[in-house]
Write a protein that binds this ligand. Structure first.
Ligand code: SF4
Length: 309
C-alpha cells in the first residue's frame, strides 16, 4: 500500500560527517540493542525495532525529490538498515539512484550483519550503489567487545572489512575511548590499534564513552553501563585517561596508513584530525601541547567539554 506521508520520516541519529546529506530511514531503532555502553535508541525514544516497507521508503525518496533536494550524498539509518533485508536494501538503493543524482550513498552497518551476508552479498550491495559504511568498531579487544555485548569479534571485523574493501565500499570505523574503563584501557587501545593496522580502514572516527542519565537530555532509560558501575564491574576512565588513550592509539598505528583519523564529535576532549601517514606527528604534538597545560587548566577544560550525541 502506498504511504500517505507528506514529509519523509526522520532518522534518530546521523553522523556529523553526513550533516549535508539527505537522510533516508529504512529501519527504526536498533534490532540488536544489547551493547552495554549504548542504549541510545531507547534513551532517545525509539525502544522498539521495526522495519519500514520498501513502498514507505521509496515514497520518502519521492518526497525528497519533489522538494528539490539538492544534496548528492545520501545517508541510510537507523542503527543497522540492512536489517530491512538484503533484497529490500538493494531495491531501495537502486531506486534512489534512478530518481536522484547520487555521488555517495552511505549507511550505518553492524559488522555481524555484514559478516553473515558474506562476500558475494557485499559485492551486490556495492553494485547497487552503496559507497561507504559507518561501522561501530568501538574496540579491537575481544574482552572489551564481549564485556559490552557488542556481538562481534576482531576476526569478524577483519574478515568483513576485507570483503568491503574488495567490493570497493569505503570503511569508516568508530572507536570509543574509555570503553575498557580504567582497568582494561591498555588492552582496549593496543588491540584497537592492531585491528586498525590490519584492516586499514578509510576513516577512523574517535568518540568518547558517554555516560548519560535518564534526565540528561531525554527521559528514556539511563546508559546500561551504570548497572556495571554500581556493581563495581566497570570503573569509568578519567578524562585525562581518555586523552592518553588517544595518544597511545596514535603512537601504535602504522606510520604508512592512509587512514584519515578525525575527532569529529563535540564530546572529544582533544580534537585532532589528519591522515596517519602524513599527520601523525602533528596530531601527537597537538595532544602533547594540551598535556603541557597546567593541571588546573586541563581540569577546567575537561569541565567545559559537554557530552551529547
Ligand atoms: S552500539 Fe549500535 S548495535 Fe549496539 S546497541 Fe547501540 S545502536 Fe545498537
Amino acid at each position: 500500500m502506498k504511504s500517505k506521508r507528506k514529509t519523509p520520516e526522520s532518522l534518530i541519529i546521523r553522523p556529523p560527517s553526513e550533516h549535508r546529506s539527505l537522510l533516508v530511514r529504512l529501519t527504526r531503532g536498533c534490532r540488536w540493542n544489547r551493547c552495554k555502553f549504548c542504549g541510545l535508541y531507547p534513551h532517545l525514544g525509539e525502544p522498539v525495532f521495526s522495519r519500514r516497507t520498501v513502498a514507505e521508503v521509496t515514497h520518502d525518496i519521492d518526497l525528497l525529490r519533489e522538494r528539490g533536494a539538492r544534496s548528492d550524498t545520501i545517508f541510510f539509518g537507523d542503527a543497522d538498515p540492512l536489517q530491512i533485508g538484503l533484497d529490500e536494501f538493494i531495491e531501495i538503493a537502486r531506486y534512489l539512484r534512478t530518481v536522484l543524482p547520487v555521488r555517495r550513498l552511505t549507511s550505518y552497518a553492524r559488522i555481524s550483519t555484514l559478516w553473515k551476508l558474506k562476500k558475494d552479498a557485499i559485492k551486490d550491495l556495492a553494485a547497487a550503489g552503496l559507497n561507504r559504511v559507518h561501522i561501530g568498531l568501538e574496540s579491537g579487544d575481544d574482552g572489551t567487545l564481549n564485556f559490552h555485548r557488542k556481538g562481534q569479534s576482531p576476526k569478524m571485523v577483519i574478515d568483513t572489512t576485507a570483503w568491503l574493501k574488495e567490493a570497493g565500499i569505503e570503511v569508516s570505523f568508530y572507536v570509543l575511548l574509555g570503553l575498557g574503563g580504567r582497568d582494561n584501557w591498555h588492552n582496549h587501545i593496543m588491540e584497537t590499534a592492531r585491528v586498525i593496522n590490519e584492516t586499514k580502514p578509510d576513516f577512523v572516527r574517535i568518540r568518547r564513552l558517554w555516560l548519560y542519565r535518564s534526565d540528561t537530555f531525554f527521559e528514556g532509560p539511563e546508559n546500561p553501563l551504570f548497572k556495571e558501575i554500581r556493581a563495581g564491574t566497570f570503573t569509568p576512565q578519567t578524562p585525562e585517561g581518555t586523552v592518553l588513550e588517544l595518544r597511545l592509539l596514535l603512537e601504535e598505528l602504522d606510520s604508512n596508513l592512509s587512514t584519515m583519523l578525525v575527532c569529529d564529535h563535540q564530546n572529544n576532549y582533544v580534537h585532532v584530525a589528519g591522515v596517519i601517514k602524513d599527520d601523525r606527528q602533528d596530531m601527537l604534538a597537538a595532544i602533547d601541547e594540551f598535556l603541557s597545560l597546567t593541571e588546573e587548566e586541563r581540569e577546567k577544560h575537561y569541565q567545559t567539554v559537554g557530552s551529547g550525541i
